[in-house]
Design a protein around this ligand. Structure first.
Ligand code: NAD
Length: 485
């Protein structure tokens, strides 16, 4: 057990007055012995980001299939990130490329014997043009599967199947999804596995995504497919320690739970915050805005005049750089038992309001060029949930809004993406009956719920000025929940 990590987890959990007592027990010295003895599952304490950490805390093992197309851009990116790498025996050409970029690199393992344990695996699959080449993938992951350290990271990079030049290439690229999702379930020990489809010409946009996926910021993000495309406006050069320095960021629902964590992470990254919540939450709102040096905006976003008031506020502020639509409500009932007011309030707050606010801000020119809109959906909107027809409708609608607005906003150099949290330890999930709560908490590849800061880290990545290549993505922060696709 890493005592420091456990104490950080407890602090974060206690902030929301929630606690995963089984996780704490299984990681205590007595509990660890007992769970071993009884053969009970032992979820690991997840590593979480600390500002003084390097981009990757350990060595990365690199592999590739076919004629990998990304070796030069990856070498450049690793040099910028300070990533130390080793090459799988099937990729000897990496050594000279790494050398050209001033990287220290070596060959991993001797003959067919594995090398030392590594913190990350990265496989460049962009050069795979036919499924008959799949043995290269097999060999790499067969050799390395047992050599990834706990809380390690695995990233596979391919080309978007829909833009491949031949059906054979599109087929093998699409097949990567099945591989990564299965690896996420097999590798265990809190190792995350994600697939990045990098469009041709978007290679220079990979850095913000690799910094996220290779670091503890993505501790609860696994089995995701992330698309990096050519941006409509260039990613800005940024200070990676303070990526949101000077950026004006609106966070709705900021007084507690996930919204409060988003505000904290954004402030840590240098943002000037506008924290919004309903007037009834004024005390919590004032506390967080004051503590983070931002301003508080007490307002019900579903009020008819809210879009106009927000546009005025943004214009008076010289325009906003980031809008995070986090505020949301649940009013659960099976549809047969649901009154129309419950249906309408959920759809209005979680979806229609966001559409109206986006339209008003864009129409008023209140979002700056290069602005980022990040929405909060839910795995309920992907998998559906008993008693949540209204909520799942609204959260699936958020996905529809993101995907349909992405090309429209791209014309103005603005991006829009969503995160879809799974089971996150907040007051919302604390209200779920015990047995259902325990099932939701454990039914994922991490064996535990995520923390609000895990969602916040994903939002900060999507909101970064360096993430211009990310548009129209929906990224689940669910520890590879078994619910939904
Ligand atoms: P929460 O209830 O703790 O916080 C939601 C915040 O939104 C509250 O502060 C509330 O006052 C505010 N809010 C609600 N209606 C508002 C309105 N009309 N105007 C302004 N503010 C309003 O919930 P949370 O768990 O922190 O969830 C945050 C977001 O994440 C929500 O959109 C939720 O649907 C989503 N989500 C949460 C989970 C989870 O496990 N907690 C899972 C999936 C999605």
């Amino acid at each position: 057990m890493d005592a420091q990590a456990l104490s950080r987890t407890n602090q974060a959990v206690n902030r929301t007055d929630m606690s995963d007592s089984y996780l704490n027990f299984a990681n205590s010295s007595f509990g660890a012995k007992l769970t071993d003895l009884m053969g009970l599952p032992k979820p690991l304490v997840l590593e979480r980001f600390q500002p003084d950490q390097p981009a990757l805390n350990g060595t990365l093992l690199l592999g590739g299939g076919g004629t990998p197309e990304l070796l030069q851009p990856l070498a450049k990116t690793f040099a910028a990130m300070g990533v130390q790498s080793e090459a799988h025996r099937a990729l000897p050409q990496w050594l000279s490329i790494a050398n050209q970029h001033g990287l220290v690199s070596g060959r991993w393992g001797v003959e067919d014997q594995p090398g030392a344990k590594v913190k990350a695996l990265l496989f460049d699959a962009t050069g795979m043009t036919d499924s008959s080449q799949s043995e290269e993938l097999y060999q790499f992951f067969h050799d390395a599967a047992r050599s990834v350290l706990a809380c390690g990271r695995v990233v596979v990079i391919g080309r978007p199947p829909e833009s491949c030049s031949s059906p054979r290439k599109a087929t093998v690229q699409r097949a990567l999804e099945g591989l990564t999702r299965s690896l996420g379930k097999e590798l265990k020990r809190a190792i995350t596995v994600n697939l990045v489809y990098c469009a041709e010409g978007a290679e220079a946009q990979l850095e913000s995504t690799l910094r996220f996926l290779l670091s503890p910021r993505s501790t609860y993000v696994s089995a995701q497919v992330i698309r990096v495309g050519k941006p409509s406006s260039e990613s800005a050069t940024i200070d990676w320690a303070l990526p949101l320095a000077g950026k004006k960021v609106l966070v709705t629902g900021a007084s507690r739970g996930i919204g409060a964590a988003i505000a904290e992470v954004m402030a840590r990254d240098g943002a000037q915050l506008i924290c919004l919540d309903v007037p009834q939450a004024q005390d919590g709102l004032d506390e967080i805005a004051t503590r983070l040096g931002g301003c508080a905006l007490a307002m019900d976003i579903s009020a008819p005049d809210a879009p106009a008031l927000l546009s005025e506020a943004a214009l008076a502020d010289g325009g906003w750089d980031v809008v995070v639509h986090n505020a949301g409500i649940t009013r659960d009932k099976t549809i047969a038992n649901m009154k129309d007011a419950l249906w309408n309030s959920v759809v209005n707050v979680n979806l229609s309001t966001q559409e109206r606010i986006n339209d008003a801000l864009v129409e008023a020119g209140a979002l700056k060029a290069g602005a980022r809109v990040v929405c909060v959906s839910s795995i309920s909107g992907i998998a559906g949930n008993l008693g949540q027809t209204n909520y799942a409708f609204s959260k699936a609608g958020v996905i529809g809004m993101v995907q349909s607005m992405a090309p429209v906003l791209a014309e103005r150099g603005i991006t829009i993406n969503a995160v879809a949290p799974g089971f996150i330890e907040t007051q919302m999930t604390a209200a779920i009956p015990f047995t259902i709560r325990e099932a939701g908490r454990r039914m994922n590849s991490m064996g535990q719920g995520g923390l609000p800061e895990d969602v916040a880290e994903a939002i900060a990545w999507l909101a970064s000025p360096a993430s211009a290549g990310l548009n129209g993505n929906v990224v689940r922060v669910c520890g590879q929940s078994l619910l939904g696709a």
